[in-house]
Write a protein that binds this ligand. Structure first.
Ligand SMILES: NC(=O)c1ccc[n+]([C@@H]2O[C@H](COP(=O)([O-])OP(=O)(O)OC[C@H]3O[C@@H](n4cnc5c(N)ncnc54)[C@H](OP(=O)(O)O)[C@@H]3O)[C@@H](O)[C@H]2O)c1
Length: 286
C-alpha cells in the first residue's frame, strides 16, 4: 500500500509521516511530497521523498506514480489554494489514486466564512472528482497558541474576544490524519475539535503555570486588528486574526472532541499539558 503525504517538509506533514511510521506503516510504503526535499524534518530516512509543486501538474503526475492513497495538506498561499488543490486532485485522478484524505478546517461548510472558503471549494472539488475522500475539518492549532505563550507571559496580557477557542496540537491532528489515511471511509467528514477554552481561561492557566500574572483584556474587530498591527503583526495577518476571532466569538468554530477520540483512540492534548510543555524550562508547580 503506497501512501503519499503532501506538505511533507512542513510541520503538519512531518508529524503525519512520523505518525504513520509509529502506527506500523513501512517507511518504504510512504511517499513524502514537497517542493523542498532538502527541508524534510521527519525522522525516518527510508521514506521516499519526491519533489512536486501544486502549481506544476507535470511534477504532480510524476510524484503520484504508483500512489494508492493520498493525504493532501493544504498549501500556504492564501488566494491561490483553490487552483492549486484542484491541480492536486486532477493529478490524483490521472494517477488512479484510490482515496484521498484532506485536512480542511472547522467551518468549511459555511459559505459566509471567508477564512474557510478555500477549504469549502476544495471539499467540493473532491466530491466532484469522484475519488473516495475523507475530510478532516481541523480546529485551530494549539501549538500556535503555545508559540505565543512566552510573549503573553512577558506582556502579562492576552487580548481578543470572548468566544470559546477549539484547538488541538498539530501532533494530534497528524495522528488523526495518519489514522484516517490508514482506514479510509469514503465520504466521511470528521469535525476534529480538541480542547475548548476562552482566552480568559487561557490567561488564567498561563498565570498558574508560569507563576507570572497574565490578564485577559477584551478587544474585538477593528480595535483588535489595530492593536495587533501596533504590536508588529503584518496587516494581512492581523486582519486574518481579527476575522478568526470574530468567527470564534460567533461560536461557529466550536466543536467537541468526540470524533477526535474516535479516530486517534485517546483524548487530544489538553491546554494545560500543552502549556506545561511550552513553558517547561520556567514552569513552577501548578
Ligand atoms: N487549522 C488551523 O488552525 C491551521 C493553522 C495553520 C495552518 N493550517 C493549514 O495547515 C497547513 C499545514 O500547516 P503547517 O503548519 O504544516 O504549515 P507549514 O509548516 O508552513 O508547511 C506547509 C507545507 O505546504 C507545502 N506547500 C506549500 N505550498 C506548496 C506548493 N505550491 N506546492 C507543494 N507544496 C507546497 C510546503 O512545502 P514546501 O517545502 O514545498 O514549501 C510545506 O511542506 C497550512 O497550509 C494551512 O493551510 C491550519
Amino acid at each position: 500500500m503506497s501512501i503519499a503525504v503532501t506538505g511533507a517538509s512542513g510541520r503538519l506533514g512531518s508529524f503525519v509521516i512520523d505518525a504513520l511510521v509509529e502506527r506500523g506503516v513501512s517507511p518504504t510504503d510512504i511517499v513524502a511530497i514537497t517542493r523542498t526535499p532538502e527541508g524534510v524534518k521527519f525522522r525516518d530516512r527510508a521514506v521516499t521523498v519526491r519533489r512536486a509543486d501544486y502549481d506544476d501538474p507535470a511534477s504532480l503526475d510524476l510524484a503520484f506514480r504508483g500512489v494508492e492513497r493520498l493525504l493532501i495538506v493544504p498549501g500556504t498561499e492564501v488566494g491561490r489554494r483553490v487552483v492549486q488543490h484542484e491541480n492536486v486532485i486532477a493529478a490524483a485522478k490521472r494517477a488512479w489514486v484510490g482515496c484521498i484524505v484532506y485536512t480542511s478546517r472547522l467551518g468549511a461548510q459555511l459559505s459566509d466564512l471567508r477564512i474557510a472558503e478555500e477549504h469549502r471549494q476544495t471539499e467540493l472539488a473532491l466530491v466532484r472528482s469522484g475519488i473516495p475522500s475523507t475530510i478532516l475539518r481541523n480546529g485551530l492549532h494549539l501549538d500556535t497558541y503555545m508559540e505565543r505563550a512566552p510573549q503573553h507571559v512577558e506582556r502579562g496580557e492576552v487580548v481578543g474576544g470572548v468566544g470559546r477557542v477549539t484547538a488541538a496540537h498539530r501532533r494530534d491532528h497528524a495522528e488523526a490524519a495518519a489514522a484516517a489515511i490508514m482506514t479510509p471511509w469514503a465520504g466521511r467528514v470528521y469535525e476534529l475539535g480538541g480542547p475548548t477554552f476562552t482566552l480568559a481561561e487561557y490567561a488564567e492557566e498561563l498565570s498558574r503555570i508560569s507563576g507570572e500574572p497574565v490578564v485577559f483584556r477584551r478587544l474585538e474587530g477593528d480595535a483588535l486588528r489595530e492593536e495587533l498591527i501596533a504590536r508588529g503583526v503584518p496587516g494581512a495577518q492581523a486582519a486574518h486574526e481579527a476575522e478568526l476571532d470574530a468567527a470564534i466569538s460567533r461560536g461557529v468554530l466550536e466543536t467537541d472532541s468526540a470524533e477526535f477520540v474516535q479516530l486517534i483512540g485517546h483524548q487530544p492534548m489538553s491546554l494545560r499539558e500543552a502549556l506545561r510543555e511550552a513553558l517547561a524550562p520556567k514552569a513552577t508547580a501548578a
